[in-house]
Design a binder for this molecule. Structure first.
Ligand code: X2X
Length: 351
């Protein structure tokens, strides 16, 4: 029996007078079928799947693996989270629909990606909004993050309090370096499946193409696109330096991952277990931020040694182009005055 149907059955049994007895039998049957299983002696009471889009070596996977171990230990095996990294369960769009339906319990979409469902979630990705991590974490751990989590809960998903770091996004290209906004003209650049990314790169006169992360390497390799944009740790773990020559340290977007859970599965977890899971996931998120911070110190040198040529464009021409094209005005309207005021409260007036 798969974990989901077993859980559903246990829940149904719990409503009947003989629940305890029959549930005991059901658990016993689980033990018998799993004898000899390598990791755990019996099926956990709550078997959860967590899917993500990043390679195993990314700090997001390292820390979520530790969180899953801690949760197993502190719940005495009652909660078991199995991790499916690297798009094993499909790309971002697939995982987003699976976490909504309950096919998977956890997913870590980037703010850009969950914004296809919860538009205000893209607010942290407004071009050139955040100057540094001080501004980022005080906004996302404060009122702006709270506002976004409220919107996420309205679509039936639970978002854990601590956002995980993706990083400041940088642009890489194959044919020529990107020095000013003029170099964006007609550039075929891959962006995540996200309306804000498309709008922003169109405002810069580029020719953006929305592709799931699972398709980035091959689309660069086969030159369907010439460029892409991602934080340096992603460029490193996904080996994008093998298919790109130049990297412009543009810092054009700060991006993070929301650790989200299917609402029904989350509410089905008793409060004591919810607390253990929340604490472990939020703690792991805070550690993951530190990992990215440490990586940011060393990753550029590593990528340089692998052949990527870096330059540091001034943000001025990019900002001016976004402003003149009406990008900020339009997105202020789309996010609404309340969210925009929270963003400006954290970063100062935008355009
Ligand atoms: O798809 C991307 O570019 C990535 C990995 O940064 C996100 O998840 C948005």
């Amino acid at each position: 029996m798969n974990p989901l149907s077993r859980r559903t059955m246990l829940k149904a049994l719990a409503a009947t007078p003989a629940a305890g007895m029959v549930a005991g039998l059901a658990a016993g049957a689980g033990t018998a079928t799993l004898i000899g299983a390598p990791r755990i002696a019996r099926a956990a009471e709550f078997d959860f799947k967590y899917g993500n889009n990043l390679p195993l070596t990314h700090p997001l996977n390292v820390r979520s693996h530790e969180a899953a171990e801690r949760i197993r230990r502190e719940t005495n095996g009652r909660v078991d989270i199995q991790i499916f990294p690297n798009n094993q369960l499909g790309g971002d769009t697939d995982m987003l629909s699976q976490v909504r339906s309950g096919g998977i319990t956890f997913f870590t979409p980037s703010a850009l990606v969950i914004a296809t469902l919860v538009p205000v979630a893209a607010i942290n990705a407004v071009g050139f909004a955040f100057a540094d991590y001080g501004q980022v974490w005080s906004a996302m751990d404060g009122k702006l993050g709270e506002h976004v989590r409220g919107a996420i809960s309205k679509v039936g998903l639970h978002a854990f309090e601590k956002m995980w770091d993706n990083g400041f996004r940088q642009m890489t290209s194959g044919a020529k370096p990107i020095q000013t906004a003029a170099d964006m003209d007609g550039l075929k650049i891959r962006v995540p499946v996200s309306p804000l990314s498309i709008a922003m790169f169109k405002s810069l006169s580029a020719a953006p193409a929305s592709l799931q992360f699972s398709e980035v390497y091959s689309s660069l390799q086969t030159r369907i696109v010439d460029a892409q944009e991602n934080p340096l740790p992603i460029i490193q773990v996904a080996k994008l330096y093998e298919v790109q020559k130049y990297c412009a340290l543009s810092n054009h977007i700060w991006d993070g991952f929301w650790f989200i859970a299917n609402g029904r599965a989350w509410r089905g977890l008793p409060p004591d277990l919810q607390k253990i899971v929340s604490t472990a996931i939020n703690d792991a998120g805070v550690q993951q931020r530190e990992d990215i911070k440490a990586l940011n110190q060393s990753v550029q040198a590593d990528l340089q040694s692998k052949g990527l040529a870096f330059n540091q464009p001034s943000p001025d021409s990019f900002r001016a182009k976004l402003r003149d094209s009406g990008f900020y005005g339009e997105w202020k309207g789309r996010f609404g005055d309340e969210a925009w005021a929270l963003l400006e409260g954290a970063v100062g007036k935008l355009a």
